[in-house]
Write a protein that binds this ligand. Structure first.
Ligand code: SF4
Length: 432
């Protein structure tokens, strides 16, 4: 059985080509082939509309397809579905899902809302504001900050209607677990089971879109996307298709821990945004927390960034997980300025959210602000990512651990006993 979500539109058209019914006795071979191809392309377009825009999974309901074609599809093709094992929505609107795959492995995806689109929405969020913490500016939360809202201070039990958000980002997984072993990351501790197939990647977004009008996609869930580049690139092509989900290339971001050869290959395969999980300013520091740096050091990584084919007005995002007393000094800030000089980029500072899988600590808000100011004073766009979904264990890899479905869970047996909703420690998106 072939899954629709594993096929690009042109692959689907090729599959349908032998089924084309072209009329016209006078046609020569070339004209006949051309017409058949056109018909198959049109059928593929229709099926893409049904699956990705109308969320129909039953071919019998695809009423503008011929009866014969519907019967053929029923026998030969399937619309893949993920089984929702559990989902939880945080007070700040962050919505996390644990999916079960056909082989009983589990993966996580998160919907992260940001920026409200109407006054009513702002009012709703304003009511969620809790502790009066010093505001930290972010790009995503800019509008909310103007409204004086801090997500991490949310106290009430009111949840936010997804229709009120202007931006709903789907944070998706590319692998079951991860082999990169970044020391600060819970998924890294769990190890790798396998890479996801194209249809498993695409379907995460499709399932989330059934539930909310997703506007952006980030590959920052479980796994190193560039370790699964063929499937990730193909999934991106499918998600970019105008007759399917129709995302723009600016709205899809692939985040990598720094696989240099694959960064170059990615640039050749698909045009999407690139984020680099940098997290350190010296090789010694970076190799300590990210083993990938022993193979491809900072210089090699930044050279790959310099050579990455960026379109006009586009920038690479450098993610920088801030670990107290490790990489949050002002010397680090100064080195960061030097390192990223000349690369069209912005820096996303991510204050570490502590979890029992790592000994690192979160820096103070004051230090984060100071670090950010140092960068912005030097004309570097630097934003701070606010922790999201802390009340639902929205960290990458956390839900799998709680449900005992991850490799390495034995290291965290205590989490198995936790109820579904617990104060979490790691914000979503801490992964690569
Ligand atoms: S941060 Fe990303 S690359 Fe590193 S271990 Fe976690 S999921 Fe893997």
């Amino acid at each position: 059985m072939i899954y629709i979500q594993s096929l690009t539109k042109s692959e689907l058209a090729d599959l349908l080509l032998p089924l084309s019914r072209v009329k016209g006795r006078d046609l020569d071979e070339e004209e006949f082939a051309k017409k058949a191809k056109k018909q198959a392309a049109y059928r593929a377009q229709q099926i893409f509309h049904w699956v990705y825009q109308r969320f129909v999974t039953d071919f019998e309901q695809m009423s503008d397809l011929s009866k014969d074609l519907r019967a053929w599809l029923v026998l030969n093709v399937e619309v893949y579905r993920l089984t929702e094992r559990v989902s939880n929505q945080a007070l700040d609107g962050t919505h996390k899902f644990l999916w079960t795959l056909h082989d009983q492995k589990t993966i996580e995806s998160v919907i992260i809302p940001a920026a409200l689109q109407e006054k009513g929405g702002k009012d709703a969020i304003a009511r969620l504001s809790g502790q009066d913490l010093a505001p930290i500016e972010t790009d995503e939360e800019e509008e909310l900050m103007q409204a004086g809202v801090r997500f991490s201070g949310a106290k009430t039990e009111e949840k936010v209607d997804s229709a009120k958000w202007k931006r709903l980002t789907a944070c998706i997984s590319s692998q079951v677990g991860c082999a990169m072993a970044c020391k600060f990351c819970l998924t890294g501790i769990q190890g790798i089971d396998r890479s996801l197939e194209t249809h498993e990647i695409v379907t995460q977004v499709l399932e989330l879109r059934r539930r909310s009008p997703i506007t952006n996609i980030v590959f920052m869930g479980m796994g190193e996307p560039l370790k699964n580049l063929p499937n990730v690139a193909k999934a991106c092509q499918i998600m970019l298709d105008q007759d399917g989900m129709s995302f723009s290339k600016r709205k899809i971001t692939i985040s990598t821990s720094g696989l240099v050869p694959q960064i170059e290959e990615l640039g050749r395969l698909v045009d999407v945004s690139l984020a680099i999980s940098l997290n350190a300013t010296t090789d010694e520091q970076r190799s300590e927390i990210m083993p990938v740096n022993r193979k491809w050091n900072i210089e090699m990584l930044l050279n790959a960034c310099r050579n990455y084919p960026l379109g006009p007005h586009r920038r690479i995002t450098f993610e920088y997980v801030m670990l107290k007393g490790f990489n949050d000094s002002m010397e680090d800030a100064a080195r960061l300025v030097k390192l990223t000089r000349g690369i069209p980029s912005k820096i996303n500072l991510i204050p570490f959210n502590e979890h029992s899988g790592a000994d690192y600590k979160r820096p103070t808000d004051e230090r984060v602000k100071e670090f950010q100011s140092y960068l912005t004073e030097r004309k570097i766009t630097a934003t701070v990512r606010i922790s999201r979904g802390r009340d639902i264990s929205a960290a990458c890899g956390q839900l799998r651990s709680i449900f005992g479905t991850a490799r390495g869970t034995e290291k965290h047996k205590d989490w198995k006993e936790l109820p579904v909703i617990q104060p979490g420690h790691v914000s979503s998106g801490q992964g690569a």
